[in-house]
Design a protein around this ligand. Structure first.
Ligand code: SF4
Length: 336
């Protein structure tokens, strides 16, 4: 098997450029969390010297690069995570080629355009081929949008399935054609399903969980997550003709206000009863919890994960109590 065309990414980047260049994109977050033993990857990084008191996602990404023998990594050095700087320097020190990409904090169009053009130059592709690739990827994104609609409007897709297809859009599973086929087959199958009854409609905001079982636990309690905020962003839900506008509409890398606009709009559109805000131990984004809690008009439960594993008992109990609160709120509203 020829591995030479693989390129790792630490976060969503304009993958149109990479696929136009004939590369196979590998989202290192997915490699880490979907490995047989993600805890072992975290430990591998710690044995190399990564501090215990640092984010497990960063450690997992590092170990995923080494385990998969990835030779080139695109590191998002602005707009994702400040830890990526040190990660990139460490990888570079160990002989990995790293290519920086940055999202301008204020969504400046000219600066983003410059970054995109620079990336095209780095990988030797022109805008014509990038735009042709973009059209192909947009067709897949439109189908994933249908999966999202089947989730919140028709109740035919589970919260986890919704999460899975959205996060897969960051790299299209390294094989856009194959992924397109899977998405198509899933949409056809899901359309035939009978809707599931659930009384509480939840939104999940924040980075994808490092612990497994949140979606399944919520469903076991008769509720469902019908909005996966950041995962949905990876699918570029606002499809724009222009690639620069496309990546400006992506809310995650910029000021939190853009995420809040999206969250508030979707709470109203999807009639969401409450939000789960997932935060990661040792992540600077935890601080944004202050803003998120004050900016929405539905109850918010903040849960924290640290290392890979399954949902712990304490978090299960907190989720149960949260659902009780939402149900009594719902009853009071109906009795009014
Ligand atoms: S969870 Fe936070 S600290 Fe960890 S990689 Fe993501 S943004 Fe960085």
């Amino acid at each position: 098997m020829n591995h030479d065309n693989r390129i790792g990414i630490t976060s969503s980047v304009p993958i149109e450029i990479l696929y136009a260049a004939g590369l196979k994109v590998v989202d290192l977050n997915n490699v880490f969390i979907e490995s047989d033993d993600p805890s072992a990857l975290v430990e591998r990084a710690e044995r190399k010297g990564f501090p215990e008191s640092s984010c497990a996602w960063i450690k997992g990404i590092y170990a995923a690069v080494r385990e998969r023998s990835i030779k080139t990594v695109i590191a998002v050095v602005q707009g994702d995570c400040s830890n990526t700087h040190a990660l990139m320097e460490t990888l570079e020190f160990e002989g990995i080629r790293t290519v920086p990409f940055l999202y301008p904090y204020d969504r400046d169009k000219a600066l983003l355009k410059f970054q995109i053009e620079k990336m095209c130059q780095e990988f030797g592709v022109d805008m014509g081929s990038v735009n042709r690739t973009k059209s192909e990827l947009d067709a897949i994104r439109a189908k994933v949008k249908e999966i999202d609609r089947l989730t919140w409007e028709e109740g035919k897709v589970t919260g986890f399935e919704n999460h899975y297809f959205h996060i897969s859009c960051s790299d299209m599973r390294g094989d856009p054609q194959g992924f397109a086929g899977n998405v198509e087959a899933f949409v056809n199958e899901a359309r035939m399903r009978k809707p599931k009854d659930f009384d509480i409609r939840l939104g999940y905001v924040g980075i994808p969980p490092i612990v497994a079982g949140i979606y399944e636990f919520v469903e076991s309690q008769g509720a469902r997550i019908i909005f996966n905020e950041l995962q949905r962003q990876f699918s570029m839900p606002e499809i724009e003709q222009d690639i620069v506008e496309q990546y400006r509409a992506y809310t995650y890398p910029y000021h939190v206000r853009y995420r809040l606009e999206d969250i508030r709009r979707e709470i109203a559109r999807r009639r969401i009863d409450g939000l789960i805000h997932y935060v990661q131990a040792f992540c600077f984004r935890q601080i944004e919890d202050i803003i998120i809690r004050r900016s929405v008009d539905v109850p918010v439960l903040t849960i924290e994960g640290n290392r890979p594993g399954t949902l712990d008992l304490r978090t299960q109990m907190r989720l149960e109590a949260f659902l009780d609160i939402l149900r009594s709120k719902q009853r009071r509203r109906l009795n009014r």
